[in-house]
Design a protein around this ligand. Structure first.
Ligand SMILES: C[S@@+](CC[C@H](N)C(=O)[O-])C[C@H]1O[C@@H](n2cnc3c(N)ncnc32)[C@H](O)[C@@H]1O
Length: 287
């Protein structure tokens, strides 16, 4: 309890008398609790090995997709590591839902409405690429019941099985984003917290697979991610950035996002900022 009171997670009212704070209350909600367990169990080994890993790279920025901190620690990439352990995977999915609750940056209403109008009731309004068990799509559909078109969530194997088991109102599809996007001409290709798991070279592969499915004039690609300030990052943002070492990746500044998206033939039309914090939605179209 000394640790919890020392870090103001729990309030100490007197000797051996404790009370909840807003932080400890939040930690009791299932998704946030699972996010912490995910960090302290599944990610902790990687964090512990970081100094030795960085030394092995002679302190160069990690950018090799086949030699990430996860490979160094677990022998494989982080998602394969999770998929190989059903209990960790279930907890990870719950954690992503929980983190979504904190960081939710909803898809901007004007974009969803424009997508619905462009594709019509039989068309695909939105494809949530690497969408987990559909945590964002679910919220988008709930918030916009008047939009009648199709909503699709794509992810891999067991995650898609878990999404399907919920008998969702959206469609689910097993799709590896390192292969050609099979859904053509959707209104929105949406990716939240996907790019931050990959170095630029891999992001370009993922993006090109989506770009080739987009229709000029109607399709938009939305990247929902942290947009770091060019200077003055907070401690939280900096820690989130260095934790990307697990994937040889990084959090990106606005300029880094623009360079990345423009390198695959996209044009950034707007960056929708979150109400609080650095999370934003980067809207782009075919250049
Ligand atoms: C950090 S999670 C984000 C999930 C969701 N977009 C969200 O924001 O809550 C990244 C997702 O990408 C998926 N993923 C990883 N590699 C993939 C691949 N090659 N093809 C499709 N999905 C993949 C993971 O299974 C995971 O659900």
């Amino acid at each position: 309890m000394r640790v919890l009171t020392g870090f103001s997670i729990v309030a100490e009212l007197g000797e051996m008398i404790y009370a909840h704070t807003a932080v400890s209350q939040a930690l009791t909600t299932p998704g946030i609790a699972d996010l912490n367990k995910h960090i302290f169990d599944s990610s902790w080994d990687c964090i512990g090995k970081m100094p030795a890993y960085l030394k092995s790279l002679e302190y160069k920025n990690p950018d090799q997709p086949e030699n990430t901190l996860s490979h160094y620690t677990t022998g494989t990439d982080f998602f394969a590591y999770l998929r190989n352990d059903p209990a960790r995977l279930v907890r990870f999915n719950s954690a992503m839902k929980g983190a979504g609750g904190i960081l939710a940056s909803p898809i901007p209403t004007p974009i969803l409405e424009a997508a619905g109008a462009a594709v019509g009731p039989a068309g695909v309004v939105m494809v949530d690429v690497g969408g987990g068990i559909g945590q964002v799509t679910e919220k988008a559909m709930e918030a916009h019941p008047a939009i009648k078109g199709r909503f699709l969530v794509q992810d891999l194997g067991k995650i898609i099985d878990e999404a399907r088991a919920k008998k969702p109102t959206f469609e689910v599809m097993d799709y590896d984003f390192f292969t050609e996007q099979p859904v053509k001409g959707a209104g929105i290709y949406f990716m939240r917290r996907v790019m931050h798991d990959f170095p630029d070279s891999k992001c370009r592969e993922i993006l090109r697979n989506q770009v080739s499915a987009m229709t000029a004039g109607t399709s938009r690609l939305l990247v929902c991610e942290t947009v770091l300030p060019a200077t003055g990052c907070s401690g939280f943002e900096s820690l989130a950035d260095i934790s990307r070492t697990t994937f040889s990746s990084m959090q990106r500044t606005e300029q880094q996002w623009r360079v990345l998206l423009e390198s695959v033939g996209l044009k950034v039309v707007k960056i929708w900022s979150a109400v609080a914090g650095p999370f934003g939605v980067i809207e782009s179209v075919l250049a």
